[in-house]
Write a protein of this length. Sequence first.
Length: 262
Amino acid sequence: MVQPSSLSDTLTWSNPKTNGEPPPPCRAHSSTLVDKRLFIFGGGDGPNYFNDLYILDTGTGIAIQRCRCTCAHGFVPFPVAQPPSPNPLYPFPAHHPSIETLTWFKPLTYGDPPTPRRAHTTCLWKNQIYVCGGGDGVRALNDVFILDIANIECLTWSKLESTGRPPISRGYHTSNLVGDKLVVYGGSDGHECFNDVHVLDLGERLVEDEEAKRAKSQWFQVDLDRSIPRLSHTATQVGSYLFVVGGHDGSRYSSDVLLLNL
């Protein structure tokens, strides 16, 4: 954790104590901030790749307890984050802002989860986390899965059904949410480093009818004036540009800063 005491001061690192059940050591996972919770998904340790979901609650003083919640499947047990209580019989104790700890928990999820993967991307749109592509250690992937987080007590996975031409299977790409559009750039399938940009219009998914929603979820490829392959880079939206920093072009590492005009 890096803590800037003010914008003009030197940044300092700290290694805070965490409680609960942390994810196993891994790399090439994804991390998505939702309010004060970090959703960690996938990744691997080399021989093994995961499709587990972990949540790091960055709020104050919570412990893991189990309660019963109602969702589409009826009553199910679910680990919830609650502040510690002096009275274990009282299910929802008062919040204790003086206790400042970071707590991990591994929630139960429902529906159709993604296969194990690493080098994927995740983006938050509305009350949904979109998982795009990656690789499972054998092959690259180009599927998209959605984690519905509207009800934290009933997290539900589904696979996106779309039309159009999705990106070629890949990992180590970037995905950025630009308005209601998911912009995918670069990446690799283990053989080729890609230079293409693909867009999935999520705004069209606001229709209620499921069949219409599926038809509206359409991929399209953007025409570019230059061919700049990249993998393992970063991409950050600043105003009307994507700032692409570093990465690899298929033959060498790069320190370039590229701007994609949106």
